[in-house]
Design a protein around this ligand. Structure first.
Ligand code: CA
Length: 224
């Protein structure tokens, strides 16, 4: 999965590259508009992480050019301007998703994963991690050949873990992912705990034990 990260904040760019590479993405980066345009001319990517405010231009203009050129890359717009207008404009211009800064790297990885999955659905219809099989089209999960009946939240949680395999994921990142539409719940870690516990139990019942490890005081790690 080849990604282009367009971001002028050096530290943020570096941490995105570091995290996404460890999560299995192949990353290229551009620190300004011109460099991004040049790379996009030369290379086809699976997805682009696009910052709006660049020192020599506007990320949304870049998005417009991409769409005019009928480029197929999935685009996730990231912006410090959390305001609704930018978000709507970005989506109208054809972005696939929008993430307001600051965000968790685990959330970015999960959203990129989802975009690429949607775009290349044929090729990635089935996911496998250890003994776990997921049929994305039918939203079915099997462990060792046995169907596992998950709720929507548990299913989302499992895909989030699969997108961030072997990485520590904070409880806060999970809470935000699970409760995107309910900001008041962001700090409700009991909810995270309950969903993780149920998911673990259901996977364990079919023979997949110990794939979700607690990381004391921080969160969880999905190992396979
Ligand atoms: Ca910027």
């Amino acid at each position: 999965m080849k990604i282009l990260i367009v971001e002028d904040e050096k530290a943020l760019q570096q941490s995105m590259i570091q995290y996404l590479q460890a999560a299995g993405f192949q990353c290229a980066s551009a620190g300004d508009f011109r460099q991004a345009l040049h790379l996009l001319d030369e290379v086809d990517y699976d997805a682009i992480v696009l910052d709006i405010m660049l020192p020599d231009g506007d990320g949304l203009t870049l998005l417009k050019i991409l769409k005019e050129d009928k480029k197929q890359e999935g685009v996730i717009v990231v912006s410090a301007r959390g305001d609704v207008d930018d978000r709507i404009l970005g989506l109208k211009l054809g972005a696939d998703d929008y993430l307001a800064k600051p965000f968790h790297m685990a959330e970015l990885a999960a959203r990129l994963y989802a975009i690429i999955r949607r775009k290349q659905f044929q090729g990635m219809n089935n996911l496998q991690a250890g003994d776990i099989y997921v049929n994305l089209e039918r939203r079915e999960v099997c462990v060792n050949g046995y169907a596992v009946n998950l709720t929507r939240k548990e299913y989302d949680l499992l895909l989030f873990f699969l997108a961030n395999k072997n990485r520590v994921i904070t409880r806060q990142a999970l809470a935000e992912h699970l409760c995107q539409e309910h900001q008041d719940w962001f700090d409700d870690y009991d909810l995270v705990y309950a969903h993780v516990k149920n998911l673990k139990k259901k996977l364990a019942e079919k023979g997949c034990t110990d794939c979700i490890k607690s990381v004391y005081g921080i969160g969880y790690r999905f190992i396979c």
